[in-house]
Design a protein around this ligand. Structure first.
Ligand code: C2E
Ligand code: MG
Ligand code: MG
Ligand code: MG
Length: 269
């Protein structure tokens, strides 16, 4: 391990590569290695219900690169989505999250790229991992993230139907920020809407955002699905979101993403 790591450090990172094709290939090659070399880690962020009881955790991937330091998923997920890397990353995340389920003590939400949903065998492979880990389906939530356009095609619908039939809950992530959020309400059956944090950020002073949030909560009530507000940073936002009818809350005000080890230390203290 040490020897291999030493050899990889010869591939020094050149910041000038940012944004170009060589950068993309660099990230892709390094991420393949990272998956084998245990450089990835899951952070968990708590989600609370209306009574401020801990209801679940969201798993958020982190990459500790030996040379570049911590790389954000916003930087490498879009590159992974261009190849089978996104499936390998997804497998790794799911295995890790299932292994952590008992210690978390709550259901866990994993992020799934729309690119993964296009694979015909996605739901079957997902179920295989759960079986391998002995994880109960009703302890898993899948958050569909639209970094590539999400299409309500037959394969996507079949995958989501199979997940839901097994007891897994499906959430539409970043609702309102996507290419066609309202279309998803028609095209997919799901259990949870996560309001994009861009609508939460200015809730105190932007009337339009407050109206949109209230409208999303109304739609969710009619559809009988839950609404989670993400990016809650202030008490004012929390209060407005509650009054608008959100059923659950996530954000720095309530808890930042952190490694499981740190959470256990905090709990023990
Ligand atoms: P997301 O799923 O919408 O996750 C929420 C993001 O908001 C996380 O960023 C989280 O750290 C951040 N966040 C949480 N609370 C607050 C807050 O109060 N204020 C602010 N400003 N930010 C907050 P992160 O961890 O950098 O992840 C970014 C995105 O990367 C995620 O957005 C998700 O789309 C994607 N991602 C993360 N992990 C995975 C993964 O395992 N697989 C896939 N496919 N995508 C992932
Ligand atoms: Mg998410
Ligand atoms: Mg997102
Ligand atoms: Mg989100």
């Amino acid at each position: 391990q040490g020897k291999k790591a030493g050899r990889r450090q010869v591939v020094a990172f050149d910041p000038d590569m940012l944004g170009d094709e060589r950068h993309r290939r660099f990230i892709e090659r390094e991420l393949r290695a990272a998956l084998l070399m245990d450089e990835l880690e899951l952070y968990y962020q708590p989600v609370f219900d209306g009574q401020m009881r801990l209801r679940s955790h969201e798993a958020l991937v982190r990459w500790r690169h030996p040379v570049r330091g911590t790389i954000s998923p916003a930087q490498f997920v879009p590159i992974a989505e261009e190849s089978d890397l996104i499936d390998k990353l997804g497998d790794w995340v799911l295995h890790r999250a299932c292994a952590d389920l008992d210690r978390l003590g709550t259901p866990v939400a994993v992020n799934i790229s729309a690119a993964q949903l296009r694979r015909g065998d996605f739901a079957r492979r997902f179920a295989d991992v759960l079986a391998e880990c002995g994880a109960a389906a009703d302890r898993l939530i899948v958050e569909i993230t639209e970094t590539v356009p999400l299409v309500a095609g037959a394969i996507e619908q079949a995958n989501l139907e199979a997940l839901r039939a097994s007891g897994i809950k499906v959430a539409i992530d970043d609702f309102g920020a996507g290419h066609a959020s309202l279309q998803y309400l028609r095209g997919f059956a799901f259990d949870i809407i996560k309001i994009d944090r861009s609508y939460v950020a200015n809730l105190g002073d932007n009337r339009i955002d407050a109206m949109i949030v209230a409208a999303i909560c109304d739609i969710a009530r009619s559809l009988d699905v839950e609404v989670i507000a993400e990016g809650v940073e202030t008490e004012i936002q929390l209060d407005l979101l509650r009054r608008a009818g959100c059923s659950a809350f996530q954000g720095y005000l309530l808890g930042r993403p952190s490694p499981l080890a740190a959470r256990q230390v905090a709990n023990a203290a």
